[in-house]
Every structure is written in structure tokens, then in C-alpha cells.
Design a protein around this ligand. Structure first.
Ligand SMILES: Nc1ncnc2c1ncn2[C@@H]1O[C@H](COP(=O)(O)OP(=O)(O)OP(=O)(O)O)[C@@H](O)[C@H]1O
Ligand SMILES: [Mg+2]
Length: 371
């Protein structure tokens, strides 16, 4: 990656957001980038989301809750890595991050208990799809303001639509400033009048049938939430600003060379532009790089025959020729992708023979991200 994308400009705290379609290697690249930056001297925190089990083990993430945890230098030096900075890692448990946030923002312990114990909150907060994005956003705010890190690398959730994440702060703001909330913040009598009689009746019938007071629950929930609204709004606005500040944040667009992810990456790039989110560069992961290296199969065969013998040389040349099809397909896709997102020097990470699940293979990925 050329200077200026990653690594340069040490005077500002930097936030790298690894965004991209599902399954292309966002979590892998986030962890590798953080490792590489720590090796080169930064104090880095990486926030990963649902890392594969073996990767979590490799990073010592299994034992901890959702606070950053420093990775033991001995673990890294055992792999031959000289870390000049510090590597901190955490994984986001959507629900408990939200619980803690509410815990901190609630004006008093009674409203905190009310919120956390409320059935609706429990359902709401365990609907992980939405709250994971909110949690990531809340955590980012916290780490940036209180963590004392030079660099934060933020992985993004495997949303069906990679854009969900970008919209999370705004959705939260909209919800907090919206009508639904102000209705429920009134008394239940007012709520009943405002939400309209038919709905109110449905609530009552439901309450009788199920033996639960849904409206009462809702009202209590939103009323106890009222005290925390200001804090949540402030965070949502703060994060919206942070994500748009080119002095601070850089969005790295991760894709694979495959057709569908590449298409999604291109539309994500357009969305970043629209939203005024600073684009830091394209990273294409799982690229097939070494095929015949521009030679014909016959040339490769002739080159290998003295060492391997004729029969083996023929087999190897055939295999490389098959692989070459993928190499050329990837090269075409990358050229198209690079043109479409406006980064003519994308960073390429090769397809490794195995999953990236230990420090050693993370370091190999990192070496392609940071010279
Ligand atoms: N360069 C690579 N070579 C080989 N395997 C890779 C490479 N990069 C990632 N992988 C593997 O691909 C799988 C998916 O990677 P990863 O979990 O990082 O993707 P993701 O974008 O975070 O997925 P999700 O959208 O589900 O969160 C993992 O098993 C990982 O080890
Ligand atoms: Mg992931």
C-alpha cells in the first residue's frame, strides 16, 4: 500500500474502518492490520466482530469480556515478531456492550435496572443484527475518547448489506429524536390517545390474552430510557462526525476479486462518497497471484523438467495452467474494481493455502498491508 494510506502521518489518532461485503476477509484484514501497525510502533486497539474461533484463540480473545485486552508480547515474540508498539484486541459482544452503555448513561440506578430488566429492551438488545452496529459505534466513541490509543482498527459486522453499519449512528439519532419516543415518554394516557384507539385496544386485548402489560412495559421502558437519551444522542452525533473527519478516519474497502463481492464493493464506495466518509483505499483479498508468470505451459515444463523429471514437470505445468485461469480472471476483475472505486494502486493480498487463523499467517497478511 503506497505511503499515505496506511502507516504514514503519525501525529493524529487514526481510525481505520474495514468495510466490505460479507465473507471477504474484513475480520482477517482488521486483525492483520492492527498487528502490523503494532509491530511498527503504534499503540493499537482492534475491535473484531465474531472472529473465527481459532483466530480468537490466537489473539487471546476467548477469556475476555468486551474491553480491550493487551496481547502478551511473548505470544508475538514466540512467532518471531518484534513488536515496538502495543497490540490490544477485543471482540464485540453486542448485547453486553449495549447493557454497559445503558448502565453508564442511565441517570440513576433505578432507571438502569428498569431498562435492563425490561422485556422489550431484552428483545431489542438481543436482536443482534441491529445492536451490533450500535455497539460498534458506541465502542468506537469510547475508545477514541478514553482509550489513549494512537490507532483504532474497527472491523464491521457481517451485515447482509454493508451499508447498514454506516447508517447506524443516524438511525439511532432518528429514533431518539423521533415521534415514537416522544409519544411513549408521555404518560400512558397520552400514549393511548396518540397511538390511536385501535392500536391501544389491540394492546389491551393482547395484555389480557397473554397476561402481559405490553403498553405498560413499553411506556415504562421508554420513560426510563428518557434519561439516557441525551448521552446516546451525543454519542451518535459524535460518531457521525468522527466517521466523516478525514483527519481521523479512513475507510478501507475490502473485497475479494469474485464478481458479486466486487459489485457490492463498488456500490459501497459510491455510498461512502455520498455520505462524505473518507476513503482510504481498496484492499483486494484472496487474490490468485502466481500462475505461469507470463510463460507458456511448454516453457514452464521445459524449465522444470531438468529438476523434476519429464512426467512430474508436465503435471506441474498443467496445474499451473489451470491456476493461471484464476490468476487472469482475478487480474481482470481487480482492474475493473480499481477503476470503478478510483484507486489505481489497490493493495493485493494473496489467497493463502490455509485459513488465516494464527499469528504467523496474520503476520503474512500484514506484510502485504504494510511493507
Ligand atoms: N488471504 C486469505 N487466504 C486464505 N484464507 C483467507 C484469507 N483471508 C481470509 N481468509 C479466510 O476466509 C474466511 C473469512 O474471513 P473473515 O472472517 O475475515 O471474513 P469477513 O469479511 O470478516 O466475514 P464476515 O462478513 O462473515 O464477518 C476465514 O476463514 C479466513 O481465515
Ligand atoms: Mg467478520
Amino acid at each position: 500500500m503506497p505511503d499515505g494510506k496506511i502507516g504514514a502521518g503519525g501525529e493524529h489518532p487514526r481510525i481505520y474502518v474495514c468495510a466490505g461485503p460479507g465473507g471477504v476477509g474484513k475480520t482477517t484484514v482488521s486483525a492483520a492490520l492492527a498487528l502490523g501497525l503494532a509491530v511498527s510502533g503504534r499503540r493499537v486497539a482492534v475491535v473484531t466482530i465474531d472472529p473465527a474461533k481459532r483466530l480468537a484463540t490466537a489473539l487471546g480473545l476467548e477469556e475476555l469480556g468486551d474491553e480491550p485486552h493487551r496481547i502478551d508480547e511473548r505470544r508475538l515474540s514466540a512467532e518471531g515478531l518484534q513488536v515496538r508498539g502495543e497490540l490490544w484486541a477485543m471482540t464485540l459482544d453486542a448485547k453486553s456492550t449495549l447493557d454497559r452503555l445503558i448502565g453508564r448513561l442511565a441517570p440513576d440506578s433505578r432507571s438502569r435496572e428498569e431498562i435492563l430488566g425490561n422485556r422489550i429492551y431484552r428483545d431489542l438488545s438481543s436482536a443482534v443484527a441491529g445492536s451490533q452496529e450500535l455497539s460498534a459505534v458506541a465502542k468506537l466513541y469510547e475508545l477514541h475518547h478514553e482509550g489513549g490509543f494512537d490507532t483504532i482498527v474497527l472491523d464491521t459486522p457481517p451485515s447482509r448489506n454493508a451499508l447498514d453499519f454506516l447508517d447506524a449512528p443516524r438511525r439511532l439519532e432518528r429514533f431518539l429524536g423521533g415521534r415514537a419516543l416522544s409519544i411513549f415518554l408521555g404518560s400512558s394516557g397520552i400514549a393511548a390517545r396518540l397511538i390511536g384507539r385501535p392500536t391501544f385496544l389491540i394492546f389491551q386485548i393482547f395484555a389480557r390474552a397473554a397476561g402481559v402489560d405490553l403498553l405498560g412495559d413499553l411506556t415504562a421502558f421508554f420513560r426510563s430510557l428518557a434519561g439516557t437519551v441525551e448521552g446516546l444522542s451525543e454519542r451518535a452525533r459524535g460518531v457521525s462526525g468522527l466517521l466523516r473527519d478525514p483527519q481521523t478516519t479512513s475507510f478501507l474497502l475490502i473485497s475479494s476479486p469474485e464478481r458479486d463481492p466486487a459489485k457490492e464493493a463498488i456500490s459501497l464506495r459510491a455510498h461512502l462518497e455520498q455520505e462524505g466518509m473518507p476513503f482510504g483505499g481498496l484492499i483486494v483479498n484472496r487474490v490468485h497471484l502466481d500462475g505461469l508468470g507470463g510463460h507458456s505451459p511448454q516453457e514452464v515444463e521445459a524449465l522444470l523438467a531438468p529438476q523434476l523429471g519429464q512426467r512430474l514437470a508436465t503435471r506441474v505445468a498443467e496445474n499451473l495452467a489451470d491456476f493461471d485461469v484464476l490468476v487472469r480472471r482475478d487480474a481482470e476483475s481487480i482492474a475493473h474494481l480499481a477503476g470503478a472505486v478510483g484507486d489505481q494502486q489497490p493493495t493485493l493480498i494473496p489467497q493463502l493455502a490455509e485459513d488465516v487463523q494464527d499469528i504467523d499467517s496474520l503476520a503474512r497478511v500484514a506484510s502485504h498491508l504494510i511493507g
